[in-house]
Design a protein around this ligand. Structure first.
Ligand SMILES: [Zn+2]
Length: 853
C-alpha cells in the first residue's frame, strides 16, 4: 500500500520536489548594513536605500549576487559612481570594476522601491470587513523574506551590524533593531535612527511603523537593560497583562544562561494580523496582538509562554544563530525549552514537568499522524516546513532529557559554556556536543545520534510483577516500536525507584531526586525486551519508572490496580500520576474508581486532573461520568475546561443539563467554550438554541464563539450549516473563523445532505487571505477526504505565498489520494470494529452492574 513508506511505517517528511539544502558558498563577509527607509502606509509602498559594507574573503570579488524579490532597484553606486547591475526575478547582480581586493572592504548603496509586497513587509489598514483595524506596517523576515524589503545576502550564516533610519509622518512611531540613537522632527516628518552593534543575521531585521504607544517597564538584569512594550492606542492595560513579567524573565534567564542579556534594550511590539505568534527580531520582538488580553481571559490565559519563548531567542537564535535552517532546533528547541524553564522559575517544578510532558505529547501526535523525521534534517522544499513540532517540541523535550542525562549542575554548566563559547557566532549541533564535552567530559555523540540525528523514539511498555515467595520484583521494559537491523532498539539508562510505603498524598514541586524511603536502581536498556529481577526485603507499595520523566517517547505502565492507585495518589511526579490514571481508567475496577473519586477531592496539580478527565471521558463508563459531573465545579478553571470537554463523550440529558449553565456562566472564556463544544456532542434538544445564542455574542479572540461553532457541527443537524457558514465570514474574529472551518468539515462529515454546500465553501476558504484560516480550511478538506478538492489543493500547493499553506495543501492532497486507494472494505471493517467495541462496552457495563452488591 502507498500508506506507509520506509520511515519505519511513518509518512515521509520530504515532499516531492524536496532536495538537500546546504548553505551557499561565501566570497565576502557582510560587515554592516545601513538601511534608510521611507514607508508610505497609505500607498503600501517603501522607498529605501540600503548601503552595504562587505569584505572580500580570500580572492578579489568582481561581482556579488544579492537576494531581492519584487524589488525595483533604481540605482547602485560605490563612492558616488554608478555600478553596473543585472536585475533578475529574485536577485540583483552587482559588478565591481575594479574588483574588491582580497581582504579589502567596499561599501555600495542600492536605491530601491517596494510596492504592494507579497511577503516580508505587510501593510495593515482598516477595510470594510474590519473597520476597527489601524493603519500600520510591519516586516517579517524569517526565514528568508528580508529579500522582499531590501536587497541583501539573505542567509543565516551572514551576520552583520545594522543601522536603520526610518522616516515617518509626524505622530507615527517607528521601531527597528538596537538602540534608538536619534529621534528628530523635520517639518511634518519624524526620523528615527536605530543602531544594532552586535552582528545579527538579516532574518532578524525589523521595521514596524504606526501610531504605537510606548510603555517603559522596569530596567532588568545585570546590565539594567531598558525594557519596553508598544501597543496600538487603547491596548495599554492588555499590554501590561501580556508583557508584565518580562523584566523578571530576563533576570531568570540571565541567572541560568550565565551570559547577561546581550543587546542594548529589549522591547516587544504588538501588531495586528501578524502571521506568527511572535518573532524574535534582535532586541525588538514583534508579537501578535492576539496575545493582548482582557481581565476575564487572564483567569486562565497567560502570554508568558509566548513572551518567554521570544525572549529566550535573544540568546538562542539572535546571539547564537543556527548556521543553516537544518539546525534550526538550536533556535526553536531552546526557545521552547526556556518556556518550560520560565514555568519552573515562576510556577514550580510540577508546571515544568507537565509542560514538558505536553510538549512530548504534541510531538508524538505529529510523529504518529503526520510524518517522522530527524530533528536535524536538510531535505525540504521551503525552510519554513522545518518549523514543526519535531523542531520545537521534540527539540525542547530533548533538552529536558539532556538535563536528566547530565544532572542539573552539569547541564547548566554545559549550557553556560555553549553560550559563552559561541556568542555572536553561528552554530551547528556539533557545537553543542563539543561544548558539553568541554564542560563535563561527557561524550554525547551517541545520545545525539539517537534523539536528534535519527527520527522516531522508543515506545515503551513497562510492567512489574512481585514474587512474594522469593521477594523478587520483576520489571520488564519492552520497546514496541519497529526494531530491525537498520533501526536498532534505543539504548539508555533509566532509573527505577522503589518505596516500601507509598505516601498518602503527592508532594508538590518535588525535584526528580529520590523521596524519603526511596531506593533508586539504575536500569540499562539496550534490547527490544529487557527483564530486570530485583531482590527486595519487602513488596514495594510504590514503584517509580523514570521518576524524572526524562525518556523522550511514549511510556505505558502496567503496574496493576493497587500499585497504579498508589502512584496516582502519592507519586511526587505529575507524569507518573498521569500514567497511573491512564492505567486505572482502562482498569475500571473498584480500586480505580475510588482512586479517581479521591483525586478529584485532593489532587494538588490541575494538569493531573485535566489528563484524568480526558481518560475518564474516553471510557464512556457511567461511573466515569459521575466523577466528571462532580469535577465540573472544581476550583481550577483548567480542570473545569478539561472536565467539560470530557463530558462531551456522554450523550444524555443529565450531562447536557449540567453543561448548560457552565456554558453560559462560567468565569472563564475557555471553560464556556469547552462546555459549548461538549453540549453539541450531547445532541440534546436544548443545545441548538444555546449554541446559536452563544455564537451571536463577541468575546476575546472569539474564544467562546469558537466553542459554540464546534458544538453546532457535533449536532449532526442540517440546521447548523447556516450559522456555521455565518461564522466563517470575513468580519468575524480570526480565531472563530479558524474554528468554523473545522466545524464546516465536521458538518460535511456528519450531515451528508449538506456535503455539497460545505465542499463549495471550503473550496473558497482554502485560499483565504488570512493564512491561518486557509490552513484550517485545508485541514478540514483533508479530514473530509473528498477528492473533488484535489484541483484546488494542487493550485494552492503551487501558488500560495506562505510556505506553510503550500506544504499543508500538498500534504492534504497526498492523504486524500492515499485514502482513495484504500479499498472500501477497509472502511466497512472499521465500522464493524467500532460496533463490536460498542457492544463490548455495553456488556462490560452490564457485568459491572451485576457485580455490584
Ligand atoms: Zn521561536
Amino acid at each position: 500500500m502507498s500508506f506507509h513508506d520506509d520511515t519505519h511505517g511513518h509518512r515521509q517528511f520530504a515532499l516531492p520536489g524536496s532536495r538537500p539544502h546546504y548553505g551557499p558558498d561565501k566570497t565576502v563577509a557582510v560587515e554592516h548594513i545601513d538601511l534608510h527607509l521611507t514607508p508610505d502606509l497609505a500607498n503600501r509602498r517603501l522607498d529605501g536605500v540600503v548601503t552595504t559594507t562587505v569584505r572580500a574573503l580570500d580572492e578579489p570579488v568582481a561581482s556579488l549576487t544579492l537576494d531581492a524579490v519584487d524589488i525595483a532597484v533604481s540605482h547602485v553606486s560605490r563612492d558616488g559612481k554608478a555600478l553596473a547591475i543585472e536585475v533578475r526575478d529574485d536577485r540583483v547582480e552587482v559588478s565591481f570594476d575594479p574588483p574588491i581586493a582580497a581582504g579589502a572592504s567596499a561599501t555600495f548603496a542600492i536605491a530601491y522601491r517596494v510596492e504592494n509586497p507579497r511577503a516580508g513587509l505587510f501593510f495593515i489598514a482598516p477595510d470594510p470587513a474590519y473597520p476597527e483595524k489601524v493603519a500600520h506596517a510591519w516586516t517579517q523576515s524569517q526565514d528568508q523574506n528580508a529579500r522582499h524589503w531590501f536587497p541583501c545576502l539573505d542567509y543565516p550564516h551572514e551576520k552583520q551590524t545594522t543601522q536603520t533610519t526610518v522616516v515617518v509622518r509626524k505622530g507615527e512611531f517607528a521601531l527597528a533593531n538596537g538602540a534608538l540613537i536619534e529621534r528628530r522632527d523635520d517639518g511634518d516628518a519624524t526620523t528615527f535612527v536605530y543602531r544594532q552593534e552586535i552582528p545579527h543575521p538579516t532574518y532578524l531585521t525589523t521595521m514596524v511603523v504606526g501610531p504605537f504607544v510606548e510603555r517603559d517597564q522596569r530596567a532588568a538584569g545585570a546590565g539594567k537593560t531598558p525594557v519596553a512594550y508598544y501597543v496600538l492606542p487603547g491596548r495599554e492595560a492588555d499590554g501590561q497583562r501580556a508583557f508584565g513579567a518580562t523584566p523578571e524573565m530576563i533576570e531568570a534567564f540571565e541567572s541560568r544562561i550565565g551570559t547577561p542579556y546581550p543587546f542594548a534594550r529589549y522591547s516587544q511590539i504588538a501588531v495586528q494580523d501578524f502571521i506568527f505568534g511572535g518573532m524574535e527580531n534582535t532586541s525588538a520582538t514583534t508579537q501578535t496582538d492576539r496575545t493582548l488580553h482582557d481581565e476575564i481571559a487572564h483567569v486562565d490565559f497567560s502570554s508568558d509562554p509566548l513572551v518567554s519563548h521570544e525572549l529566550a531567542h535573544q540568546w538562542f537564535g539572535d546571539l547564537l544563530t543556527c548556521r543553516d535552517w537544518s539546525h534550526a532546533w538550536l533556535n526553536e528547541g531552546f526557545a521552547t525549552y526556556f518556556e518550560t524553564v520560565w514555568r519552573e522559575a515562576h510556577l514550580g517544578y510540577d508546571e515544568y514537568l507537565y509542560d514538558n510532558f505536553e510538549c512530548v505529547g504534541r510531538y508524538l501526535e505529529e510523529d504518529g499522524d503526520r510524518y517522522r523525521r530527524p530533528i536535524v534534517c536538510n531535505r525540504y522544499r521551503d525552510p519554513i516546513e522545518l518549523f514543526d513540532r519535531h523542531l520545537y517540541e521534540k527539540g525542547g523535550a530533548t533538552l529536558h532529557m539532556l538535563r536528566g542525562e547530565l544532572g542539573d549542575a552539569r547541564f547548566w554548566r554545559s549550557i553556560r559554556h555553549y553560550v559563552d563559547r559561541n556568542k555572536e557566532r553561528n552554530v551547528e549541533t556539533i557545537d553543542l556536543i563539543r561544548a558539553i564535552e568541554e564542560a563535563t567530559g561527557r561524550n554525547l555523540r551517541g545520545f545525539f545520534d539517537q534523539w536528534v540525528f535519527r527520527g522516531g523514539h522508543p515506545e515503551l511498555e513497562v510492567a512489574t510483577a512481585w514474587d512474594s515467595e522469593r521477594n523478587v520484583l520483576t520489571v520488564t521494559v519492552d520497546q514496541k516500536q519497529t526494531v530491525s537491523k537498520d533501526v536498532p532498539a534505543y539504548v539508555f539508562d533509566v532509573e527505577l525507584g522503589v518505596i516500601a510505603d507509598a505516601p498518602d498524598a503527592p508532594a508538590t514541586d518535588a525535584a526528580p531526586g529520590p523521596i524519603k524511603g526511596e531506593r533508586r536502581i539504575e536500569l540499562h536498556v539496550e534490547r527490544e525486551h529487557e527483564t530486570f529481577t530485583i531482590p527486595l526485603d519487602a513488596e514495594p507499595k510504590l514503584i517509580r519508572f523514570d521518576p524524572g520523566a526524562f525518556i523522550l517517547g511514549s511510556v505505558k505502565t502496567t503496574f496493576g490496580p493497587a500499585r497504579a492507585a498508589a502512584a496516582f495518589g502519592g507519586d511526587p511526579s505529575v507524569v507518573a500520576r498521569i500514567r497511573a490514571a491512564r492505567e486505572l481508567a482502562k482498569d475500571g475496577s473498584a480500586t480505580a474508581r475510588a482512586a479517581f473519586a479521591r483525586a478529584f477531592e485532593s489532587e494538588p496539580f490541575w494538569g493531573v486532573l485535566a489528563e484524568a478527565a480526558g481518560v475518564l471521558g474516553k471510557t464512556r463508563a457511567p461511573w466515569a461520568r459521575t466523577v466528571l459531573l462532580g469535577g465540573l465545579s472544581h476550583a481550577h478553571p483548567k480542570v473545569r475546561r478539561a472536565v467539560a470537554a470530557a463530558l462531551g463523550n456522554f450523550r444524555d440529558a443529565e450531562t447536557a443539563s449540567a453543561l448548560l449553565p457552565v456554558a453560559q456562566n462560567d468565569a472563564s472564556y475557555f471553560v464556556r467554550s469547552a462546555a459549548l463544544g461538549a453540549l453539541g456532542k450531547t445532541r440534546d434538544p436544548r443545545a441548538f438554541d444555546a449554541l446559536v445564542a452563544a455564537l451571536e455574542r463577541r468575546t476575546w479572540n472569539g474564544t467562546v464563539e469558537a466553542g459554540a461553532v464546534r458544538g453546532l457541527a457535533e449536532l449532526a443537524d442540517a440546521r447548523a450549516t447556516d450559522p456555521i457558514l455565518g461564522a466563517c465570514e470575513m468580519g468575524r474574529d480570526e480565531g472563530l473563523r479558524r474554528a468554523a472551518m473545522g466545524a464546516l468539515g465536521r458538518q460535511g462529515e456528519l450531515v451528508q445532505s449538506e456535503r455539497t454546500r460545505v465542499a463549495g465553501a471550503l473550496d473558497r476558504y482554502a485560499d483565504d487571505p488570512m493564512f491561518l484560516v486557509s490552513l484550517a480550511a485545508i485541514g478540514a478538506i483533508e479530514a473530509l477526504g473528498d477528492p473533488r478538492h484535489l484541483g484546488t489543493l494542487a493550485r494552492i500547493g503551487e501558488s500560495a505565498t506562505d510556505g506553510r499553506v503550500r506544504r499543508d495543501a500538498a500534504e492534504a492532497a497526498i492523504r486524500i489520494r492515499e485514502a482513495q486507494s484504500v479499498p472500501a472494505q477497509v472502511t466497512g471493517l472499521r465500522d464493524d470494529v467500532d460496533t463490536l467495541r460498542d457492544d463490548h462496552r455495553k456488556l462490560q457495563e452490564k457485568l459491572e452492574a451485576l457485580a455490584r452488591p
